[in-house]
Design a protein around this ligand. Structure first.
Ligand code: PLP
Length: 377
């Protein structure tokens, strides 16, 4: 038995949309991009969507559009991918690494509050595993200290906070369509803007900082450079694939959630026995089954179980090296003891395969091996 960690959802339309895209023009913002935008406007109502070539690009755009200035500080979790921290550095800002909550692995509002200074401007919560951060606590912090919120909703398409889609709560939201995410087109991303003005600027930013939009609408007779920007639009080929994927978002989410609940039921006894902690899903969070993870009682147990799974052909994986432990984090002045919960998470968290090719009986098999591993440890 071989069970891969990831598997792409293949739709019957994948080949048709790509061929039809090739028969037409590959010009940016073509018919497939338009179709994707119209689907996204149903998923993210009351938000202005801008397609980008990655979530990382969307994060960079968001921080530029927030007007972050050199020397200003941005709060983000240490247990994280480097994208948000890179975006802060590119604006000349200072990433301030915060510790996480041990139940959700999301940024700890208490720890973040402690790190606010007179220079803090932005907060970038990551909805880890597609589970919403404690937005009420974070909004309170943001209001008290005048911070803008940019949601790193890279993993969170299909998830919500009290019914509000993740990515639409902050000033900006950033979503990823990387091939490893629930909905993917190889490489792609989405910037969600809450304000129409920011949206207009974002539309200029992505086409080299020009007013190409206004030109296409016939509002000027040539287009020109109007603000600092880059080339961050998604390719029409990727948009074509995305248009097919988005047709199935409900199915994909439903299958993943089913597997998440299968894992919860099968592994609940191990939590009761104290070997592991299952991922916490707070009442305010509606998940999307992007990741299923366990936190083991010790690093040794996590490693033992991971090896046993590997010996049985099952690819289970740890996750981030916390940013404060990374070479770049050390260069920024962080010390290993700075974010202890992030370090513990790095040592004890294990992600199990979860995707649309995973069968319910495979979940049972995986759970049996984990149970054996725990009991024999
Ligand atoms: C995947 C991911 C990213 C990066 O997304 P790209 O589209 O590859 O740029 C950023 N942040 C988090 C939390 C992610 O999971």
């Amino acid at each position: 038995m071989k069970i891969p960690f990831y598997a792409r959802y293949r739709t019957d339309q994948d080949q048709d949309v790509l061929l039809s895209c090739l028969e037409g023009s590959l010009a940016t913002d073509g018919p497939f991009s338009q179709e994707v935008l119209s689907r996204l406007s149903h998923i993210f109502p009351e938000s202005f969507p801008v397609l980008t070539s990655s979530c990382s690009q969307a994060l960079e755009m968001a921080l530029t559009l927030c007007g972050l200035k050199p020397g200003e500080e941005v709060l983000l979790p240490s247990y994280n991918f480097p994208s948000a921290a890179n975006a802060v550095l590119r604006s000349g800002g200072i990433p301030v690494l915060c510790d996480i909550d041990p139940h959700t692995q999301n940024i700890s509002p208490l720890d973040a509050a402690r790190r606010i200074t007179s220079k803090t401007r932005v907060l970038i919560p990551v909805h880890y595993a597609g589970i919403s951060c404690d937005m009420k606590a974070l909004f309170e912090l943001a209001r008290e200290s005048g911070l803008k919120i940019v949601e790193d909703a890279a993993q969170a398409i299909g998830s919500s906070y009290k019914g509000y889609p993740l990515g639409t709560l902050g000033e900006f939201g950033c979503v990823s369509f990387h091939h490893t995410k629930n909905i993917g087109c190889g490489e792609g991303g989405l910037l969600l803007c809450r304000s129409e003005n920011a949206y207009r600027d974002a539309r200029c930013y992505r086409v080299h900082g020009t007013n190409r939009d206004a030109f296409i609408r016939g509002e000027c007779d040539r287009y020109t450079w109007v603000l600092p920007g880059s080339s961050t639009a998604v390719s029409e080929l990727c948009a074509a694939l995305l248009s097919a994927q988005l047709l199935y978002i409900e199915q994909i989410t439903r299958i993943r959630l089913k597997r998440l609940h299968d894992y919860e039921a099968a592994l609940n006894p191990l939590e009761k026995a104290g070997y592991v902690r299952l991922m916490a899903i707070p009442d305010y969070a509606w998940p999307n089954g992007h990741i299923f993870y366990l936190r083991f009682a010790s690093e040794a147990l996590r490693q033992h179980v991971q090896e046993l799974l590997a010996a049985n052909g099952i690819d289970a994986r740890t996750h981030y090296v916390p940013l404060h432990l990374s070479p770049m984090g050390r260069k920024l002045g962080y010390k290993p003891e700075d974010c202890p919960e992030s370090t513990a998470c790095f040592q004890t968290l294990l992600r199990l395969p979860i995707h649309t090719e995973l069968a319910g009986r495979q979940v049972s098999q995986i759970a049996e091996i984990i149970t054996k591993g725990c009991i024999s440890s």
